[in-house]
Every structure is written in C-alpha cells, then in structure tokens.
Design a protein around this ligand. Structure first.
Ligand code: GLV
Ligand code: GLV
Length: 321
C-alpha cells in the first residue's frame, strides 16, 4: 500500500512506519510546506495520507488521491483543515492526536498568558536596548492572577488543563462558556455562564475552543468592546476565531490591556503585520504542542493511526464524525 506524508514526521513515527513493513512511504522531504500542486501529485493513488494542520484537505485533494484512499491521519488535535463531509462521503477514516498534547498546550498557554500579562517580551527588550535605567516604581507594570476572574471559552480537554494550572495562582473565580455545562468543571469550581457574562466579567480571557462555523470570527468588535480595559486576551486555539482588525483596534485604542496569540491568520503572520507593531500584543508561532517529547508521541500516534486505517484495524485515536 502507498502512503503519502506531507512532511517528514518525528523519528518515533517514521520508525513505526518502516518497522510495520506494510506500506511504501513517499514524502514531501522538506522543511517547507508542500505546495498545492505537489500535494495533488503526491496523493495520487495513495491508500493513506499523513498530513499537518497547515494542509487543506478538501474535495480536490480527495479526488486527486482517487478511490484507494482509506485513511487520513493528521499530526494535530485540530481538524478544521479537513473537509469532513467530503471525507465521510468517500468512507475514509480519520486519525488525529488528542490527549497526548493537552499538557504541553496548556503549559504553553499559561506561559503566554503570564508573558503577556507581566510584559516579559517588553522587559527582555528593555534590558537589551538600554531602556533599563533604574528600578522605577511604575515601570513595566502589568496584571497578576491573584484574586482575578479567569474566563475560559471552551472548557474541553485543553481548556480544563489550562484551568487546572491557573487555579493555584490564586484565581478567585473561574468562568467558562461553551455549548453545554461540563461535569468536570466542578474540579476547578468553574461557573458556566453566557459568553457575554464571561467577556464582561473576566480579567483574563483564554480561548481554547475548536474552530467551527459558530466560533469563527467570534472575538470581534462587539466582543472586545465588552471586555474590561484592564483585561488580557489569550488565544491558543485557531487564528480565525479572532477578527484581527478588531483586535488591533481594541489593543491600540486601549479598549483592552493586552493580547497573547499562539495562533494567527494567516500563519505565518507577515512580519509587517500591524499587530506586530504593538507592544501589548505578544505573538508566538503556533508552538502549543512543541515539546520534544510531545511531538515524538504525536509522531508515533499519527503513524499508528495511519497503520490502523490501512489495515482496517483499530486506530488508537480515530475521529468519530
Ligand atoms: C495544534 O494546533 C493542533 O491542532 O494540534
Ligand atoms: C523587590 O525586589 C523588592 O524588594 O520589593
């Protein structure tokens, strides 16, 4: 059976694929993303496709692959880049990598929240550029978590792991919103509230929901205008949950205090993007799951998912849709 990998995956995954001896691997062997034309060519006749979150897998790709394609394995927990309705129509199975990246992503989100609220990148810059002239009572002041209200939008696996890590900082109230109340929220004393309430009462807003038609563009002008002027906004889900022009406006006008983003639209964000001119905006290059061990485990899991799909057996993490 033939499989196409849109990128060399971590060695843990490559080893599993070659040891299994059931497939002939061809891959886009570059550090740069596969171009559309090369993707369409690479998938031809493939029985399995292993892709990244930056590869858009739509009807055109599925048609280019042809009728052999049995399984798509994505090296990510998010699957908004996969046209699930088209995939379902063709009876193709999908594997993804939930759970194994929860801790790493929650940790990064907490780091981003603290870096943004306590202005770490600005401080580092001031030390280097000579701006550190003396200890000044009100210089580089930011916002702390102690006694604060934190709002988590999407208290799923990752949202919950973020909440668990934030509570020991002395958070007073933990609000969350989403489609339904969650039983597991009790562990962090989470209060299920309407989105508007969360937005207007939180000192820190953390977006950790998945990207759906419902959440696309959710953080817009109306959203930011309800936030406190002292509130910090953090997004580690998907960039298009945010309307970036509205965020720029909210940050530059002082409507909100600061924003930390691990995800943007587009990715990579062009270096001349207006958001990058703002001191109160901290942007990271989508590194939520980027620890050596997590990426190794994701590589192994995505390889096992691919093999399960090829052989018609269980996949360790199959998406049901
Ligand atoms: C990262 O954003 C992922 O979906 O794994
Ligand atoms: C800070 O270092 C202080 O002594 O207050």
């Amino acid at each position: 059976m033939k499989v196409f990998l849109t990128r060399r995956i971590p060695p843990e995954g490559m080893k599993i694929l070659s040891a299994a001896g059931v497939c002939e691997v061809s891959l886009w062997d570059s550090d740069e993303p596969v171009q559309r034309a090369d993707l369409l060519k690479g998938v031809q006749g493939a029985h399995g496709l292993l892709c990244l979150l930056s590869d858009k897998i739509d009807a055109e790709v599925l048609d280019a692959a042809g009728p052999n394609l049995k399984v798509i394995s994505t090296l990510s927990v998010g699957y908004d880049h996969l046209a699930l309705d088209e995939i379902k129509k063709r009876g193709i199975r999908v594997g993804y990598t939930p759970d194994v990246l929860t801790d790493a992503t929650a940790e990064l989100t907490v780091a981003l929240l603290l870096a943004t609220a306590r202005r770490l990148p600005e401080g580092v810059e001031e030390v280097k550029n000579g701006g550190w002239s003396s200890w000044k009572p009100l210089w580089l002041c930011g916002y702390g978590l102690s006694g604060s209200t934190v709002g988590v939008i999407g208290l799923g696996r990752i949202g919950m792991a973020i909440a668990r890590r934030l509570m020991p900082f002395g958070v007073k109230r933990l609000l969350y919103s989403g489609r339904t109340a969650k039983a597991h929220a009790a562990e962090v004393n989470g209060e299920f509230v309407p989105l508007d309430t969360l937005v207007s009462e939180s000192d820190f807003i953390v977006v950790s929901c998945s990207l759906t038609p419902e959440t696309q563009g959710m953080c817009d002008k109306a959203f930011f205008s309800k936030m406190k002027n002292t509130a910090v906004f953090v997004n580690s889900s998907r960039g298009t949950v945010v309307n970036q022009e509205d965020l720029y406006e909210a940050l530059s006008s002082g409507q909100i205090a600061a924003a930390g983003l691990d995800v943007t639209t587009p990715e990579p964000l062009p270096t001349n993007h207006p958001l990058l001119t703002l001191k109160n905006c901290v942007v990271l290059p989508h590194i939520g799951s980027a620890t050596y061990s997590t990426r190794g485990i994701m590589g192994a899991l995505s390889a096992q998912n691919l093999l399960g799909g090829l052989q018609g057996t269980d996949m360790p993490s199959e998406l049901t849709f």
